[in-house]
Write a new protein. Structure first.
Length: 362
């Protein structure tokens, strides 16, 4: 049996706290203010399953951002938030129109289909953003019993390609969807980054624009764990609390999710973190844009940079910094910045890329 003292000592060496990468904003740790909030919520007993004081206060914070009808339902993770949200606003025969690059379509292991029992109707887009015209490619057949019924349009803000919908674009989508009897779900895993990019409050492009339900992200913006489903239109999701439990997304010690969301949203931490991550992405794009052989593919509007570069350069650079191929065949990579990405991190990465480009094989 291992010596407990040895096990404890070994655990202290399991990662280098100075190590940085550009693979995902999920790689970052928790913001110190979030950890402090968790410590404050610890100790003593609080009622379980959401009847605690922290979850009660969270509702007031959420309404300050999303309007007087909004209600937050904390959950464990982003996939859970999306599945619960979409389940709550669809019938068993319902379908969801989304972009072909949407996280619900490409990165959730079929959970909306397998767990939620939903039919997804993906639409190709040039920049990750749906439009009323693109929605209409799948918005038909409501009376056809042979076809899943389009009931919801799901958009992502900011998108999986790092682009950002304007307030007018979201309002136009909501008006179009509502005219056709459909609801609008917004996957807001990086909603704060979009708000920082637009320099508009979150309410401007959610409840004020006509969005019915939101998957509100926190983990990518400094939380340790947890997200929330925010119901803006209560008539659209009357069974939310039952769907959340049925989908295994009801935290028993909910105070530890709620207090993180409160710490993030009650002040300006959410915005400070997002603005910083966005600024680091712009700095990165600027630093590498003049490197011969590197092409920035999409507008850098949030905390993501998508670039094309020689495949051998990407592979060598991945030995020095973690990041992912987005489309390996096309040589497309994605670099993500987080709330704790520093200017030195960006500058060192850009220098490493320049060095590796100099070693490109003909």
């Amino acid at each position: 049996m291992a010596d407990p003292a040895t096990v404890t000592t070994d655990a202290k060496r399991r990662h280098d706290p100075e190590l940085r990468g550009f693979a995902s904003d999920n790689y970052a740790g928790a913001h110190p203010e979030i950890l402090e909030a968790l410590a404050r919520a610890n100790g003593g007993h609080q009622v379980a399953y959401g009847e605690d004081q922290y979850t009660e206060h969270l509702q007031r914070v959420i309404r300050s951002h999303f309007g007087p009808t909004a209600e937050a339902f904390p959950v464990f993770n982003g996939t859970g938030a999306n599945v619960v949200a979409l389940q709550s606003v669809t019938d068993r025969w319902g379908a969801v129109i989304c972009s072909a690059t949407a996280h619900v379509h490409t990165d959730e292991c079929g959970a909306p289909e397998r767990v939620g029992g939903l039919k997804l109707l993906p639409v190709p887009t040039p920049d990750g953003k749906l439009t009323p015209e693109l929605i209409d490619r799948e918005a038909f057949g409501w009376e056809d019993e042979h076809r899943a019924m389009p009931q919801v349009v799901s958009i992502t803000q900011s998108t999986e390609l790092g682009t950002v919908y304007t307030t007018d674009e979201i309002r136009a989508i909501c008006e179009h969807a509502h005219q056709r009897g459909m609801l609008v779900h917004l996957d807001g895993a990086r909603l704060a980054n979009a708000s920082a990019s637009l320099d508009r409050p979150m309410r401007a492009f959610t409840n004020a624009a006509g969005v019915d339900i939101v998957s509100l992200g926190g983990t990518k913006n400094g939380m340790l764990f947890g997200e929330a489903v925010v119901v803006i239109n209560p008539e659209a999701a009357r069974a939310m609390k039952h769907v959340r439990k049925l989908s295994m997304q009801l935290p028993s010690k909910m105070r530890f999710v709620s207090v993180q969301l409160e710490a993030l949203l009650a002040g300006d931490l959410w915005l400070r973190n997002a603005r910083h991550a966005n600024a680091m992405a712009r700095r990165l794009a600027q630093a590498v844009s003049d490197v011969e052989g590197v092409e920035i593919v999409y507008p850098v509007q949030s905390n993501a940079v998508f670039a094309k570069l020689p495949h051998d350069v990407s592979e060598r650079l991945q030995q020095r910094y973690r990041f992912y191929f987005w489309d390996e065949a096309a040589g497309l990579v994605r670099w993500m910045c987080a709330f704790d990405t520093t200017e030195d991190d960006v500058d060192s990465f850009a220098k490493a890329l320049t060095e590796e480009m100099g070693g490109t094989q003909p």
